[in-house]
Ligand binder design. Structure first.
Ligand SMILES: Nc1nc2c(c(=O)[nH]1)N[C@H]1C(S)=C(S)[C@@H](COP(=O)(O)O)O[C@H]1N2
Ligand SMILES: [Mo]
Length: 386
């Protein structure tokens, strides 16, 4: 983006009280000439996009097209970023298989390659920034092709994927704690692992994965929350028993009350597929109208509608960007032309509905969810029209 416009956008953000915002290199190049960013008044004045050395948050106001550039892609993990060598790294397939495999990155690149555009969201992603989300084109080999090569035995029911990253963990059993060194691990059921979508990926947006994103190999499970997408993939272990590692069985669970026959039952579930969610990413003022732009993240079920509501007005249909709508697992970009905005503060909110009839819930409808992951609630945002 040319310098003057970037300077202009930065001064707009600064005027919005976002002076401490840690701006990435490019900002809002999608802004048409003459359009200005309308600041959100509900966004804290200080938003740090790099809270720690190994974490980065995406500024969703900068969405500029289908794919989130790798250098802006959010990153988060539990044991830091291991440094691996693509030449010597091996992916092993072990356990209840006919043949143990040891595959190099080149071995995988010689297999049939597939591409998937997938929306990506950490299950802890939430307001005010919604910045633990992005959209990428991933390239690699279907997980099931790797498993076919190894041959999963009939008694192999659980496919455990381990990263090369590890750390000391306290394992508590009835108050007695044992300290052990554990690798980051996540499992898929045999049935899920053998669906066509999960990918052993080596590239993001046509470039090798960066160290942040799991170089040289990571699992991608399109339509599932971030945690399923094991980075620095080093071993796939097939076993009969359920895998109960910390990040599988304890840290990524959701507790909800569900009313069955008039009685509340408390249900604990694992974090798996993405719950239908939309949020408004930015508002711009152009000649004659304002544009509300946002995204939908979902599990790949086709969408029926995305709607926007201004203050206490009716739900109005938003328009889906045809490019993102082509890819089932991509995040879907939507736009709503807001006409006749009057001066003063306004509340804008979006909601998505899919073809299975699921409607994005309000925050009130989610009160029976007692844990903080999987917050897909409608997000009312505030802007002030000058
Ligand atoms: N090996 C490994 N993979 C991991 C994690 C991890 O700690 N170790 N964190 C998971 C979580 S919680 C998320 S949200 C995504 C983040 O992926 P990204 O850094 O590419 O955005 O990686 C997942 N894969
Ligand atoms: Mo996550």
């Amino acid at each position: 983006m040319e310098h003057s416009r970037r300077a202009f956008v930065q001064s707009t953000l600064a005027a919005a009280g976002a002076a401490a915002f840690n701006l990435p290199e490019w900002v809002l190049p999608a802004l048409a000439a003459g359009d200005t960013l309308v600041p959100f008044t509900d966004l804290p004045a200080t938003v740090n996009l790099t809270p720690t050395a190994d974490r980065r948050v995406f500024d969703v106001r900068t969405i500029d097209g289908l794919l989130t550039p790798a250098a802006q892609f959010f990153t988060t993990q539990h044991y830091g970023h291991p440094v691996l060598d693509a030449g010597t790294h091996r992916l092993t397939v072990t356990g209840l298989v006919d043949r143990t495999l040891t595959l190099s990155v080149d071995d995988l690149k010689r297999m049939k390659q597939v591409d998937v555009v997938a929306g990506f969201e950490c299950s802890g992603n939430s307001r005010p920034l919604q910045g633990l989300s992005g959209n990428g084109r991933w390239t690699g080999v279907p997980l099931r092709e790797v498993l076919r090569r190894a041959g999963i035995r009939a008694d192999g029911r659980e496919i455990v994927c381990f990263g090369a990253d590890h750390g000391e963990e306290e394992v508590d059993f009835r108050g007695r704690v044992t300290k052990v060194d554990q690798q980051f691990g996540r499992s898929l059921s045999r049935d899920k692992a053998l669906t066509p979508e999960p990918l052993v990926a080596h590239s993001l947006n046509g470039e090798p994965l960066t160290r942040h994103q799991g170089f040289p190999l990571r699992l991608i499970v399109p339509g599932w929350y971030g945690v399923a997408n094991v980075k620095w993939l080093a071993q796939i272990h097939v076993q009969a028993d359920a895998y109960l590692g910390k990040y599988q069985a304890r840290w990524y669970r959701t507790l909800r009350g569900e009313t069955i026959n008039g009685e509340v039952k408390w249900k604990e579930t694992a974090v798996t597929h993405q719950n239908l969610k939309s949020f408004i990413a930015r508002v711009t003022a152009g000649p004659g109208e304002h544009t509300v732009l946002g995204v939908v993240l979902h599990d790949g079920t086709p969408l029926r509608s995305v709607e926007v509501k201004v203050d206490d007005g009716p739900w109005q249909p938003a328009v889906l960007d045809p490019e993102s709508a082509k890819h089932p697992y991509s995040w879907k970009i939507f736009r709503y032309a807001w006409r006749g905005a009057t001066p003063g503060e306004h509340t804008l909110v979006s909601r998505a509905t899919d073809t299975r009839g699921r409607v994005q819930p309000t925050a009130e409808e989610l009160v029976s969810k007692k844990t903080f992951l999987e917050d897909n609630s409608q997000y009312p945002r505030k802007v002030r029209i000058g």
